[in-house]
Write a protein that binds this ligand. Sequence first.
Ligand code: BTN
Length: 257
Amino acid sequence: MHSKPSIPEYGTSALIYDHVALNAVESTNEEAKKLAIAGAPAGTIVTAVSQRSGRGRVGRKWTSPPGNLYTSLVLRPRRPLSEVGSLSLVAALAIGHTLGNLLSYVDNWQLKWPNDVLVDGAKISGVLAESEINEAGQLAWVVIGMGINVEITPEIADRPVTSLKKQGLEVTVDVVFRKLQENFRALYEVWERDGFEGVKLDWVSHAQGLGCPVYMHLAKTVITGNFVDLGSDGAIIIEDKEGTRHRVLAGDVMLAH
Ligand code: BTN
């Protein structure tokens, strides 16, 4: 098991934000992607009051009425392509710290690999990262979309869901947005310098199910074992009962009860 570090002090990144504030959009990720394709610099950030076609991971819908935070950030990372997947874990960690800053009972937020944020075991936020590789095989841009339930608690099938309001906190979307920018900016600076290794200890100290039996459905198989660690690229590492370690970069991890 990993020992729990004290809350880390992160620096302040040189990433400058250009904020594009919109009203009702299809999806802030779509807006940010258009800007990225048109050459918008790293740090361009889109927010919207609501989304008509908010999207979640693996083609899921993200219900997006006014009252919650919808934001997508354009980044042009300089880390190796193989590490870029870990950026969505960094975003989840920034969201977690933001909730920790806003809620008085700081320690009850958790991260469900790869990038769900939970409060009291219920989902309060999600991250959707999308990217483009150019003809030279290099990363052109990444868009990190983040949604946080502030006032409204939309239902998600078969999962407990919560919001800041449901947790007893009356706060504006704008306050949450500003705090999130600060936290993301600071973590991104560490990630750009040191990769996921720079924030991994912090991440695992909030990981749901670390050290516990879990299972994951992959395309052709199911992996069952203990969630023992994360790789330096953010992959989950599951050790099966024969002692074989499986590294998985994408999927939904489930706690085995
Ligand atoms: C998930 O948990 O499945 C990811 C949810 C991501 C939702 C955010 S809201 C802002 C951005 N725009 C979208 O259409 N999706 C992301």
